[in-house]
Design a protein around this ligand. Structure first.
Ligand SMILES: Nc1ncnc2c1ncn2[C@@H]1O[C@H](COP(=O)(O)OP(=O)(O)OP(=O)(O)O)[C@@H](O)[C@H]1O
Ligand SMILES: [Mg+2]
Length: 377
């Protein structure tokens, strides 16, 4: 079970309240109440299920409204109070500080600063983002992205809480690679309701017994893929990255808004290629796109799959020159192990941990989590 931050919004304007509620919910905060004034605040904070966060728009009549909140921030010192106002009068700021208000947010909101303040708040309540998000992207069909994503997740899950998201929404095969048919899918955690919370996600994630990987599968019905949307995905990543140590995404090569979200949120974008012309060309196109999107080179890792020491179509050195990036990892060609794992429905890092391909992916996982390991040449 995971903690959920509950929050109450006080704002005289209904439209403002709704807008704030929707913004906070993308952050994974749950909205316990929306009030037009602070009259009922004390009662609410005295309840056993009291919210941990109070957000008050002081306008109009900022000083009066601040005084109405009065002693509450000191009385409920475990509750974080945010006050918002267009009035930037030093007296108002001083008074707010004096009353024990944690954050004064000038209006109109600077989204970046407000997000940073919410991030601090989440950390204070032990809910900071902790997961490394690893986004696995294929450059051509069948290059091994799903195999690598599933085995990476299974390997990481041996020592860390790990989730695996199938973002190959139409053709994705993560469920099958674990021989699972989860009841809920990524489409079921997309509602824009304000109470999409950890509990719902907890229920939707199917935990694979043998590996402990928590799987969020792609929808079974193709029509349901249309329910997966960008705001929902932002919220999902925000919540899930506070619940796990590692989040692996089996993705696709796309920059539409949903995939742009995964690319920007990822700590590492792992680009899977093979040493052939179509794959290398796509890798080059995609890396160039990531650069234009402002994704730092340190967040891009090139992985060559099905590597053989002799007989490639393109020299790895040529690939590195074309991409302007080093190849981070070479995963050996081992069709027998790879296909047996798929047919059997169990990642090879578990069924045949000593195989070279298994050790290779496990070490890659360690590297992604920050351990200094490099691949033997
Ligand atoms: N290192 C490897 N050595 C040999 N075969 C591999 C390797 N990695 C993957 N394969 C095989 O390649 C095929 C495609 O793998 P996989 O489904 O993981 O690729 P993908 O990139 O996810 O494909 P898709 O385009 O369907 O999403 C499978 O039969 C798998 O067993
Ligand atoms: Mg795949």
């Amino acid at each position: 079970m995971h903690v959920q931050l509950n929050c109450v919004i006080v704002d005289a304007d209904e439209a403002n309240r709704r807008e704030m509620a929707s913004f906070l919910s993308t952050f994974g905060l749950s909205i316990a109440a929306q009030l037009p004034n602070s009259d009922q605040l004390a009662d609410l904070l005295n309840r056993s299920d009291a919210p941990q966060v109070v957000i008050v728009n002081l306008d109009p009549g900022a000083m009066d409204n601040l005084h109405k909140i009065g002693h509450l921030p000191r009385q409920f010192h475990n509750v974080s109070f945010f006050v918002l106002s267009q009035v930037l009068d030093p007296n108002l700021l001083m008074e707010a500080m004096h009353l024990g208000v944690k954050e004064f947010v000038p209006l109109p909101i600077n989204e970046q600063k407000f997000t940073a303040a919410l991030e601090r708040l989440a950390s204070v309540h032990g809910m900071g983002k902790r997961a490394k998000i690893i986004n696995v992207i294929p450059t051509i069909g069948g290059c091994g992205a799903t195999t690598i994503a599933c085995n990476l997740a299974a390997s990481l899950a041996q020592s860390r809480r790990t989730a695996l998201l199938d973002m190959d929404l139409v053709r994705g095969g993560v469920g099958g690679y674990f021989d699972m048919k989860p009841r809920y899918t990524i489409a079921d955690v997309m509602q824009s309701a304000e109470r999409v919370d950890r509990q719902l996600l907890d229920n939707a994630l199917a935990v694979h017994q043998r590996t402990n990987v928590a799987i969020l599968a792609r929808p079974d019905l193709l029509e349901d893929t249309q329910r997966v949307n960008q705001p929902g995905l932002v919220r999902l990543l925000n919540i899930i990255s506070r619940m796990f140590d590692a989040v692996v995404i089996d993705s696709t090569m796309s920059v539409d808004p949903m995939y742009a979200t995964t690319l920007q949120s990822a700590d590492t974008n792992v680009i899977i290629m093979q040493l052939n012309v179509p794959s290398a060309k796509n890798a080059e196109r995609f890396v160039a796109t990531l650069r234009r999107m402002g994704v730092e080179s340190s967040k891009i890792k090139i992985v060559v799959n099905r590597f053989v020491k002799k007989g490639w179509d393109i020299d790895p050195v040529e690939v590195e020159r074309a991409l302007g990036l080093k190849i981070s990892w070479l995963i050996p060609n081992d069709f027998k192990t790879a296909i047996a794992a798929i047919n059997y429905g169990e990642p090879f890092v578990i069924s045949t941990p000593r195989a070279e391909i298994s050790q290779c992916i496990s070490e890659f996982g360690q590297m992604l989590m920050g351990k200094v390991v490099s691949q033997a040449a």
